[in-house]
Design a protein around this ligand. Sequence first.
Ligand code: B1M
Length: 210
Amino acid sequence: MLEQIKEMIQKGKAKDVRALVSEALESGITPNDILNQAMIAAMSEVGTRFKNNEIYVPEVLIAARAMNAGLEVLRPALTAAGVEPIGKAVICTVKGDLHDIGKNLVKMMLEGTGIACVDLGVDVPPEKVVRAVQENNAQLVCLSSLLTTTMVSQKDVIDALEKAGLRSRVKVMVGGAPVTQAFADSIGADAYTPDAASAAEVAKSFFVHA
Ligand code: B1M
């Protein structure tokens, strides 16, 4: 079944992905196995084929849509904790960047640990993040970036928070495939994590030990 999910994501068959993820959950396969062994594995193969010019942007786009459709089915299982919110985060993909699968995953995992998320979507300018922090009184900002060319926008957000006098009030976490701990340190982020599950753990520690 996991192989089938993988194949249907790669083929961009959103309807089949939804049905198969549902079936997999019903048959007792854990959400983590569905996510890691089928869904993330599928996108990783899509990335390799894209890099090798075996497929092009439209195929990647429909695969991403199928992935997001499957994630929506998985959401209740990943966020089943049903706990009272322990804090509030503003989350987005930074300006110039349209990749949202990783950001969506981080959001789901955060929600699963009881952190309420204000999701600003993709291609988000720094000033919009600042406004959202003010309006929602958020204590955490989560920034995702998938392109080497947009990583620098993460620093722009930190600078904008500083300028608005909000930097000491919020923790900033960064992530995304090209982002590293060294980069996070260089822009003055509070944390970098390589995946969504560890992002949720670190985010929770900010609230629990605050
Ligand atoms: Co694009 N793309 N893409 N793409 N795309 C990559 C990122 C690329 C690596 C492909 C490649 O060349 N091998 C490459 C970037 C090269 C680089 O800069 N280093 C690339 C490129 C070049 C481009 C375009 C420029 C292509 C073009 O137009 N010529 C273009 C740029 C558009 C733009 O953003 N302005 C483009 C467009 C697209 C699509 C729109 C077609 C589509 C996105 C659709 C969507 O997201 N709705 C797309 C996709 C799908 C990909 C790949 C194939 C898959 C990305 C993905 O979703 N992975 C990707 C190749 C790859 O990654 N192997 C690629 C699965 C997801 C679960 O992983 O997002 O990494 P990821 O999230 C991970 C971690 O990074 C982490 O947690 C997740 C796992 O648990 N994480 C965080 C993410 N955010 C975090 C935040 C945190 C903590 C952890 O804290 C806050």
